[in-house]
Each structure stands twice: as structure tokens, then as C-alpha cells.
Design a protein around this ligand. Structure first.
Ligand SMILES: Nc1ncnc2c1ncn2[C@@H]1O[C@H](COP(=O)(O)OP(=O)(O)OP(=O)(O)O)[C@@H](O)[C@H]1O
Ligand SMILES: [Mg+2]
Length: 500
């Protein structure tokens, strides 16, 4: 997006918050009446769209020149500081060459820094070196980045960011939620950042379509949900994208899985078993799917299908497909289901579907049952049995009027293994079940747990326990052996069973 367009979108005159936890001025609620002393009323801006400010320095003149402005420490000083920031930001945006390509961040930043220094000199604004740097960073974050979220996006220890209206921001660090002393100026400021995220993608968010899934340029996954569906103001949830996703070794170090269970899963992937990874929201399903996909031999053609591409496979022969939401005119949608069907004509050796959440389940099961074994996917659920129930419900959503029993038979013959993960209350993620789907008995799908997590204690806020073999050997062992892999029986704890 060009700078000119940014200015048109109202980037000028946006007072941004300060990441410093110092006291903040009380900001009027959105839509609050304008006080009589305010400058002439400007039109009320729509939820997303240009704020009512003149980019070319139309803000009322403030007597800030030659005054030394410190970081805010009292309400009025904070107000002065924001006024100063807005004033400098306005001038900077007005004077920056509008033809600069905003994507060339380094260049725009360098030009902005020069201009910033000149404006401060011309206006005789005296700031300490640290204050100057902070003011520039905040202005740069607003022009080039995501305002107050910028430092959180750059902080690698933050894995997730949750904005609940302007004044409440939480982050996840080490699996635990923490409230951070960072706020937006107002709900409109949150809306502007949301529109900055979704507008370049040709997406729309407003009263009539009040939620949207999008991605930041770095691949981070974003959901924005705004009023009227959100009753607490505009909300944002950002799942950070890491260029180096967790590895199998890290999963063992973190206590998510044991080396034995991982060895078993590696064998299952080699033997082309169909696997579903299930678990609650944020339990680590996609991360584990990425790791298991990494076990696929390099000579196989892998096709991945996702809503928002998160998987990062290392193999050379990978085709990644991404579903598309409808465009602003409501056209051009491509669903996961359509992609699964399309993939069958692309000669896949393996089909990896990022997540099954609707009637695409039917097509995925059919693919698994018609020679595309070795396929994998994830599904939200509370337990392995719940995973089967969810798959059944989602398959019935396809509306083919299939009898329940037929659907269950499809599921039982398609799925070989369910790996269930949980986000524990200590923030850790653990594989709690590795369960074989073994067949049908009457109307019921039969399952056997091969590994189950056993908690033995809770110490210093940490869950103590281990993913243990149950002593059962899966029925599909012949498939594993046929693929040339011999697993020691100790993996299944069967030696121990014999001893007793
Ligand atoms: N084993 C793990 N230990 C610790 N953190 C993990 C583990 N696996 C994943 N995470 C972290 O948890 C977060 C969620 O991971 P992931 O996206 O894999 O979960 P998910 O179950 O696919 O989530 P969703 O339900 O939203 O699709 C990420 O920030 C990731 O880095
Ligand atoms: Mg996921």
C-alpha cells in the first residue's frame, strides 16, 4: 500500500498509546460528545475507515514549541505527550513522499527518521535521546507496523496476543496468560489497526460481517471479531507464526511426548496409517501435525490443504493449497471441501488437511478409504471418543442422508489412529492418548488406547506424569511390519506385562 493510501486511510492524526505503564489520560469513549472547547466537529468516522482528521496538519495548533516534553507522568502531561506525538506524526505523514512504497520498510524508516529529526529541530522540540527514540519508535509503529502491538509481535517469548477492546491486552508466554500494561487509545484505534490488517487482503469487516480471519505479512494468524458480535469492543486474537516451529526433540524436552511414543508414531507415518490429531483449542495439534508430516519419506508427493497456511514441511515435493473466503462481493470462495476433491486429481501420495471442521470430513474419509492412505488431519475435540463423534457429526453435515451406521463404518475403516493432545492447566501441552480405531462392534466403533498419559502429581505449579504404554499392541502392527519396520515390544510395555 502506498503511503498516500495510508494517509487517506487515516493514519495521520492517530494518537497512539504508550507502551509505558505510566498513567494515561482518560480518553473519551467512542462516540462520546465532543466538548464545546473542541475544534469544529468532524464527521463521526465509521467503525473502519478514515478517521476524521486532516492529514495535512489540520490539527489545532498546540503551544508545544520550545517546550520540553517528557514522557507522561501525570494526566495532563500525558495529554501533552500524545498531542506532541500526534502533531509530529501528522507533519511527518504530510511531508513524507506519498509515492514511497510502504513495503520497503527499511527505506521508509530511514526517510522517516531524517524527516522526524528535521521536524523536531524546526519546531525546537527538545527531548532527551531516550525520549526521542521512544517517540520515533511509536510513530514508526503506527506508520509502518501495528501500533501498540508492534513490540509484542517482535517479542519472541510471546506466542499469542489477545486484544479485548482498547484497554485490555493479554499475551501468552510459556503457555500461560498474562495481562500486559499496554493499551490502545480507544476502540477506534483498535479498529484502525484491524482495518490495516484486513484491508490489504481485500477483506472487509463491519457491522454486517463482524468477524474475519486473516494473516499478517509474517504469516501470523489473526482473528478479528468486532461489535455487534463482540460486546466488549473490537477484539483481536493473534497466533504468532514462528519461522522455526517446534521440533520432535523439543516436544520430548517439553514433556509433550516420550521418545518411545514418538518412535511409534514415526513408524505409523511410514506405514501410511491414517491419523487424526485431536485436542482443544491451542493444544498443539498443528505443531504435532507439522512434526508428523516431517516423517513422510522424501520421495512421496504431499499435498497440504489449509484454511490459513501454517504447516512448514521440509520435504521438497510439497504442494500447498489454501482455502479462500468469499471476496467483498461475496464471490470466489474456495472451501476445504472443494480443495480435498480437487486434490484427488493431483496425484497425491499423501493428503494433509490442516483442520477438519465441517462437511469436508466426508470427502476426507472417502479419500482415506479410496487409496489415499497415509493421510493426516486435525480436529477439535475433548477426547478420542469425542473425536469420533465429531467426525460423525461433521460427515452428516454433508447432507447426504447417510445412515449413522454407514458413516461410522466409513470412519472405522478410514481412521487408524487418533492422537489426542491437551493444554494442561500448568500451560504445558501433552499428548494424553494415542488410540487405535480398531473396528466396529454392532453399531459402535471400537477403540483401544495404546498410550495414555498418567498424572502422578502436581509440584511447583507443574503437572508430573508420563505418557505410558497400556500394554496393548495395536491390531495394525502387521501394516507397520509390512513397511519394513520392527518396533521393539518394550515400546508397548508388553515385556512388563509378560513379567507379571
Ligand atoms: N508441545 C508444545 N509445548 C509447548 N507449546 C506448544 C506445544 N505445541 C504447540 N505449542 C504452542 O502452542 C500454541 C498453539 O499451537 P498449535 O497452533 O499447534 O495449536 P492448535 O491445537 O493447532 O491450535 P488451534 O486449535 O488454534 O488450531 C503455539 O504458540 C505453539 O507454539
Ligand atoms: Mg491448529
Amino acid at each position: 500500500m502506498s503511503l498516500l493510501r495510508r494517509i487517506e486511510q487515516g493514519q495521520a492524526g492517530i494518537p497512539t498509546p504508550n507502551s509505558n505503564p505510566a498513567p494515561r489520560p482518560a480518553m473519551p469513549a467512542p462516540g462520546a460528545p465532543v466538548s464545546p472547547a473542541s475544534p469544529p466537529a468532524t464527521p463521526v468516522s465509521p467503525p473502519v475507515g478514515p478517521p476524521a482528521q486532516s492529514p495535512a496538519g489540520g490539527a489545532p495548533s498546540l503551544t508545544l514549541q520550545t517546550r520540553r516534553v517528557s514522557a507522561p507522568s501525570t494526566t495532563s502531561q500525558a495529554g501533552t505527550y500524545y498531542d506532541l506525538k500526534r502533531r509530529v506524526q501528522n507533519r511527518l505523514l504530510a511531508e513524507l513522499d506519498p509515492s514511497l512504497d510502504i513495503k520497503k520498510t527499511d527505506e521508509v524508516r530511514r526517510v522517516a527518521q531524517e524527516l522526524f529529526d528535521r521536524i523536531l529541530n524546526e519546531e525546537s522540540i527538545i527531548l532527551s535521546r531516550a525520549e526521542r527514540a521512544r517517540l520515533f519508535e511509536q510513530i514508526a509503529a503506527d506508520i509502518l507496523g501495528f501500533g501498540p502491538l508492534q513490540p509484542l509481535l517482535e517479542d519472541d517469548s510471546v506466542t499469542e496476543i489477545m486484544v479485548n477492546g482498547a484497554k485490555s491486552i493479554y499475551v501468552e508466554r510459556n503457555g500461560k496468560l498474562h495481562r500486559v500494561p499496554i493499551t490502545f487509545e480507544s476502540n477506534e484505534h483498535v479498529m484502525r489497526i484491524i482495518s490495516r490488517i484486513v484491508a490489504p487482503l481485500g477483506r472487509r469487516i463491519d457491522d454486517s460481517s463482524p468477524y474475519v480471519d486473516a494473516r499478517l505479512p509474517d504469516g501470523s494468524r489473526v482473528n478479528a471479531s468486532i461489535p455487534p458480535i463482540s460486546l466488549i469492543g473490537p477484539t483481536l486474537t493473534i497466533r504468532k507464526f514462528f519461522k522455526n516451529p517446534l521440533t520432535a526433540e523439543q516436544l520430548i524436552e517439553l514433556g509433550t511426548i516420550t521418545p518411545e511414543a514418538l518412535q511409534f508414531l514415526r513408524a505409523c507415518v511410514h506405514a501410511r496409517l491414517n491419523i487424526i490429531i485431536s485436542g482443544g483449542s491451542g493444544s498443539g495439534k498443528t505443531t504435532l501435525l507439522n512434526i508428523l508430516s516431517g516423517f513422510i519419506p522424501p520421495d512421496e508427493r504431499i499435498i497440504t490443504i489449509e484454511d490459513a497456511a501454517e504447516l512448514q514441511l521440509r520435504q521438497e515435493h510439497v504442494v500447498s493449497l489454501e482455502a479462500r473466503p468469499p471476496n467483498i462481493e461475496g464471490r470466489g470462495e474456495v472451501t476445504i471441501r472443494q480443495l480435498v476433491i480437487n486434490t484427488l486429481r493431483m496425484r497425491p501420495d499423501r493428503i494433509i488437511v490442516g483442520e477438519i471442521r465441517d462437511e469436508a470430513a466426508l470427502d476426507m474419509l472417502q479419500a482415506m478409504n479410496t487409496g489415499h492412505d497415509g493421510s493426516m488431519s486435525t480436529c477439535h475435540s475433548n477426547s478420542p471418543r469425542d473425536t469420533l463423534a465429531r467426525l460423525e457429526t461433521m460427515t452428516l453435515m454433508a447432507g447426504m442422508n447417510l445412515p449413522s451406521r454407514a458413516v461410522r463404518e466409513q470412519i472405522a475403516s478410514a481412521i487408524d489412529l487418533i492422537i489426542h493432545e491437551e493444554r494442561m492447566r500448568d500451560g504445558s501441552r501433552k499428548v494424553t492418548h494415542i488410540t487405535e480405531v480398531s473396528g466396529m462392534e454392532g453399531e459402535v466403533i471400537t477403540t483401544s488406547d495404546i498410550f495414555v498419559f498418567e498424572q502422578t502429581g502436581y509440584e511447583n505449579g507443574k503437572i508430573i506424569g508420563r505418557l505410558k504404554p497400556t500394554g496393548l499392541r495395536p491390531k495394525f502392527m502387521d501394516k507397520i511390519e509390512a513397511s519394513g519396520i520392527q518396533l521393539p515390544s518394550s515400546i508397548f510395555g508388553t515385556e512388563g506385562v509378560r513379567r507379571y
